[in-house]
Design a protein around this ligand. Structure first.
Ligand code: CU
Length: 688
């Protein structure tokens, strides 16, 4: 028989065990958790400002009445990091307690004094310069912080944690291998002891996923795939008896948002793979091009909304989701919205994924060869970019969004790069508007099929812009309660894959332009109030912060290859007490698609990616006599090809660094060509 005292001890032990397991663990970083749950004030501690991704700052020292006086306080060059043709600068700096942290396209991280711009420490990532699986430039969209650490997802598919005081590596966790087609380009999210990271690689036949890591140790806590294995939920939307879903893309390009009260984490997924070939993947192909909600603790599926069924246009959902609270028909609603590549903003109820403003399934053009979906979701309200293309000389067919195509090119708008690409869409609770960057461009969609080889491009077609076609952009305020345009600016350059913006309680939208200009607009009316030439492509999203009572606006200006803007390695900070004036303008981006530069006669060699202009042919336009053999050599860092626009005339195949291929041009004619991996890279051969 047990002694009563022993029994009491046993009961106490059981009770304390229960308490330990039932009570939530103490927050690992209560300060960061509090900052990211609340409206953004003096610090900007996560990519989207806070857990909502609204990029809305409550600071209002700089407002519509005084913004015209804004000048540069400091401009710091980041020692050449990421300042080369292959890079884009897409990160928002983070700021905490007067220190700024910024990551470049080479995954190098710098800590700066946020008041003076002086560099405090540097982390050089040392990532393999042979990484060949970054689809769309070498980019890093930003950092996260918590527990005294900075978190960064690298192109080599590692998540690293750095000591915030020193920049030293504390842990490093591989999520995958870049050799298998996986890279990380999105900014992670930190909340309640966990780091959440997406993964990219939708152009390489990968399987998308969200990964949750323990912030202290880097151990993987859970991983949630965005594509079902055979037999799992959603696998009925892939052809039975195949494993196409296991390489179907649906990657995560951007920072998730999180609702702590609902216990849900939200994100959007990228295109289906192969991008332009739906022939072998009959079905809706869940969960490509979808908004998704998972349980934040376990990664368990809660709801999804697919924006594009059976995507064959690369109509990714790439811009970060935004959480907002609103009142519709007199009822308070919990909203979630995302700006798609389709040109529409998708506005849903974040509790259940049902449309808030209205989205209708409508019949669309059909092509049995592409196994097209019968209907597509069409949001009520306005699109921010045109959705029909005009016919151009040399083409047989032009159509509107969701037109079909096969081996003959079909012209369509929006282009396969959007609409809105990776750029964020800020939301202001003061105006109730979303601020949506858009690219206006035509794609000539063509399907040609691709065999799957792990770690190789898996496009199945192309969507190059036709030679001579115009390219521009729009910046639009969309009313969140109606999904209709409140105001819209036509911009001279494409800004859907750049032109990042943020909004403030001072009634201002700050946004960059690829020609180097940094602008402030009246958030309510759209009126331009200030403009400043930064000297480099101003495409990364700006941030707003405060040090010692002074409000600053900062932007990383380093250009963007999607925008064709000038590269660089600069970070600018502005305030009302600034003294620095503008810089000389950099070369502006192209506004017409096609090769540029003079026509050079009697050339027998073309170098690709030479002279630190990664996405280029040099000379880009040549005139030769029939029978001439031209040697194409890859002098750049990344794999490139020289492929005639219709692919049948000539094709070097993909050349790695240093590799050459000789092509003999025997037939007179005018041959335009592109690089297949980078279809915005153009050349021309005139054979006489
Ligand atoms: Cu290329």
């Amino acid at each position: 028989m047990r002694h009563p005292g022993q029994r009491a001890i046993a009961v106490l032990t059981t009770l304390s065990f229960l308490l330990l397991t039932v009570l939530p663990a103490r927050a690992a970083d209560p300060e960061i958790d509090r900052l990211v749950r609340n409206p953004v004030g003096k610090d900007w501690v996560t990519n989207g400002g806070n857990l909502t991704n609204q990029r809305y700052s409550t600071l209002k020292q700089i407002d519509t009445t005084n913004v015209a006086q804004l000048k540069g306080v400091w401009m710091t060059r980041l020692k050449g990091s990421g300042a080369a043709g292959k890079y884009s600068f897409e990160a928002s700096p983070l700021v905490k307690d007067g220190i700024m942290y910024v990551v470049t396209g080479n995954d190098d991280v710098f800590a700066l004094n946020a008041k003076t711009g002086a560099i405090i420490w540097e982390y050089w990532s040392g990532i393999d310069q042979k990484i060949s699986t970054a689809c769309c430039g070498w980019v890093n969209r930003g950092l996260a912080m918590g527990e005294g650490l900075l978190f960064s997802g690298q192109l080599d598919a590692n998540v690293v944690a750095l000591n915030m005081k020193t920049g030293e590596v504390v842990w490093k966790t591989p999520i995958e291998k870049w050799e298998n087609g996986y890279t990380i380009t999105s900014a992670p999210l930190y909340y309640d002891g966990i780091v959440y990271s997406g993964i990219a690689g939708g152009e390489f036949g990968v399987r998308g996923r969200l990964t949750a890591l323990d912030a202290k140790t880097g151990a993987i806590v859970w991983r949630s795939y965005t594509l079902p294995a055979p037999g799992e939920r959603g696998s009925e939307t892939w052809p039975p008896g195949t494993d196409h879903s296991m390489r179907g893309g649906a990657t995560i390009w951007n920072t998730p948002a999180l609702d702590p009260d609902l216990g849900l984490i939200y994100f959007v997924t990228g295109n289906c793979g192969p991008d332009y070939d739906g022939a072998m993947r009959e079905g809706d192909n869940l969960y490509c091009a979808s908004m998704m909600a998972l349980k934040v603790k376990t990664g368990e599926y809660v709801w999804h909304f697919q924006q594009v069924h059976h995507d064959i246009w690369d109509y990714d959902a790439a811009s970060p989701v935004v959480l907002f609270d609103t009142v519709i028909d007199g009822k308070p609603r919990k909203g979630i919205a995302e700006a798609g590549r389709t040109g529409w903003v998708y506005i849903l109820d974040r509790t259940d994924g049902k449309p808030l403003v209205g989205i209708d399934e409508k019949p669309v053009p059909q092509d049995p060869r592409q196994k097209t979906a019968k209907t597509q979701p069409i949001p009520r309200g306005d699109a921010v970019v045109p959705q029909c293309a005009e016919l151009l000389p040399g083409y047989e067919k032009a159509g509107c969004i969701f037109e079909t195509f096969w081996e003959t090119p079909v012209l369509m708008q929006p282009s396969g790069v959007g609409g809105t690409n990776w750029s964020p869409m800020p939301y202001s609770p003061d105006t109730g508007y979303f601020y949506v960057p858009g690219t206006v461009r035509t794609s000539a969609f063509t399907r040609y099929g691709d065999k799957f080889v792990r770690g190789q491009r898996y496009f199945g077609g192309t969507q190059a812009a036709p030679i001579g076609s115009p390219m521009s952009g729009t910046f639009t305020a969309i009313d969140s309660t109606t999904n209709k345009i409140a105001w819209q600016h036509k911009t001279p350059y494409r800004i859907g894959g750049g032109g990042g913006s943020s909004v403030t309680a001072g009634g201002l939208v700050f946004r960059g332009e690829p020609d180097g200009n940094f602008l402030a607009l009246d958030a309510k009316s759209g009126k331009e109030l200030w403009r400043f030439q930064t000297g480099f492509g101003a495409d990364a999203p700006p941030v707003i912060y405060e040090v010692d009572g002074e409000q600053y606006v900062a932007i990383a200006t380093g250009g963007n290859q999607l925008q064709g803007s000038a590269y660089g390695d600069a970070v600018w900070a502005f305030s009302l007490k600034g003294q620095l004036g503008p810089l000389w303008p950099p070369p502006p981006p192209a506004t017409v698609a096609g090769p540029i530069g003079p026509i050079i006669a009697n050339v027998d060699a073309v170098r690709i990616g030479a002279g630190n202009v990664e996405y280029s042919f040099g000379p880009s336009r040549i005139r030769i006599k029939a029978g001439t053999t031209v040697t194409f050599t890859n002098a750049g860092d990344l794999p490139h090809s020289a492929t005639s626009m219709d692919r049948g005339k000539f094709d070097t195949g993909v050349l790695v660094k240093g590799e050459s291929k000789a092509i003999t041009f025997s037939q007179p004619g005018n041959y335009f060509y592109i690089c297949l991996p980078h279809p915005w890279q153009y050349g021309q051969v005139i054979v006489e």
